[in-house]
Design a protein around this ligand. Structure first.
Ligand code: ZN
Length: 57
């Protein structure tokens, strides 16, 4: 359920966040990174729980 998807940076649910994005981890390509619009605005770092890749990139 999309309603349970949370931003990896802030832990905020993104169900109603139209500015949120999801994309595959650029390193392992396996984990789906979720970022809320807020996390993007403040350039909050994220970390892949699977391979420990960190970025905003
Ligand atoms: Zn990864």
């Amino acid at each position: 359920m999309k309603a349970d998807i949370k931003c990896v940076s802030t832990g905020q649910k993104i169900a109603n966040d139209i500015g949120s994005v999801t994309f595959k981890c650029p390193q392992c390509g396996d984990y789906e990174i979720v970022r809320s619009e807020y996390a993007r605005v403040i350039a909050a770092p994220y970390k892949c729980p699977k391979c420990s890749f960190e970025g905003p990139n």
